[in-house]
Design a protein around this ligand. Structure first.
Ligand SMILES: NC(=O)c1ccc[n+]([C@@H]2O[C@H](COP(=O)([O-])OP(=O)(O)OC[C@H]3O[C@@H](n4cnc5c(N)ncnc54)[C@H](OP(=O)(O)O)[C@@H]3O)[C@@H](O)[C@H]2O)c1
Length: 253
């Protein structure tokens, strides 16, 4: 899976799944733009990890979901790329607001989560396309909450939107041989899921996964890198559930 000579942008590459994707893409030879919102220190740590392993990376800061977000991101990206193309785009950055159930959600919170999780990837992709050569790769990061119900309804709706985004975009970009796919993680240990630190909660998750544990960031990052590779050239418009066999059936038989 060589990505030598390729460039990649991973939104939310500073932490969690995005960091794992950035590290793996770089290990395969890509020069990676590690995007972050506010946590510059985490982005620097990701870049240092990549460089220490012999790879190439640079950090790009831009808070998404605010006015001018895409402009800021692409200013930093263009500076870091120094005139090179962008071969791989990973739309990974997202937020969940655990208060966003149907009873408590506010218009402000709805607008914020939609702006970060849906509007930003749409307009980042729009801006990336002129920089992307034919044969490029777009990987979106959705969630298993598109098929299992949970109370955080706005977050789930944003991920449903990304699945639709993937199919539509794959059709539009097919003539340019750009593939567009979605990686849909299950329950994965990152800062977003702090509750997994509780051993009882972790045990409950393990009990409903065929592979007997919750996910770890590299379990997902490695699959993102696969979709970015030449090995995945004949796959487009797909959503792949990457979740260790979550809820494949009842446990009592
Ligand atoms: N963890 C799970 O169980 C799970 C399950 C299904 C799907 N997912 C999806 O996987 C992706 C990564 O999640 P994660 O668990 O790795 O999350 P995480 O550890 O909370 O990291 C989130 C990343 O997104 C960035 N980000 C968040 N809000 C931002 C904003 N407004 N502007 C710019 N950047 C922002 C953060 O940047 P800073 O470091 O600067 O804050 C960070 O790099 C998300 O799309 C999430 O929905 C996660």
């Amino acid at each position: 899976m060589s990505l030598n000579g390729k460039t990649a942008l991973v939104t939310g590459g500073s932490r969690g799944i995005g960091r794992a994707a950035a590290v793996r893409l770089a290990a395969e030879g890509a020069r990676v733009a590690v995007h972050y919102g506010t946590n510059e220190a985490a982005a620097k740590e990701t870049v240092e990890t990549i460089v220490a392993a012999g790879g190439e990376a640079f950090a790009v800061g831009a808070e998404l979901g605010v006015d001018g977000d895409v402009d800021t991101l692409f200013e930093g990206l263009r500076a870091g790329l120094g005139g090179a193309d962008l071969d791989i785009l990973v739309n990974n950055a997202a937020v969940i607001d655990y208060a966003d159930n149907i009873h408590d959600v506010t218009r402000e919170s709805y607008d914020r989560v939609m702006a970060i999780n849906v509007r930003a990837p749409l307009f980042i992709t729009q801006r990336a396309l002129p920089l992307m050569p034919d044969g490029g790769r777009i990987v979106n990061v959705s969630s298993g909450v598109t098929w299992f119900a949970q109370p955080e309804i706005v977050y789930a709706m944003t991920k449903g939107a990304l699945n639709v985004f993937t199919r539509s975009l794959a059709k539009t970009l097919g003539p340019r041989q750009i593939t567009v796919n979605t990686v849909s993680p299950g329950i994965t240990e990152t800062d977003m899921n702090g509750w997994l630190q509780d051993p009882d909660s972790a045990a409950k998750v393990a009990a409903i996964a065929a592979l007997g544990r919750h996910g770890r960031a590299p379990d997902i990052g490695d699959v993102i890198a696969f979709f970015a590779s030449d090995d995945a050239r004949w796959i487009t418009g797909q959503v792949l559930e990457v979740n260790g066999g979550l809820w494949l059936g009842p446990n009592d038989r």
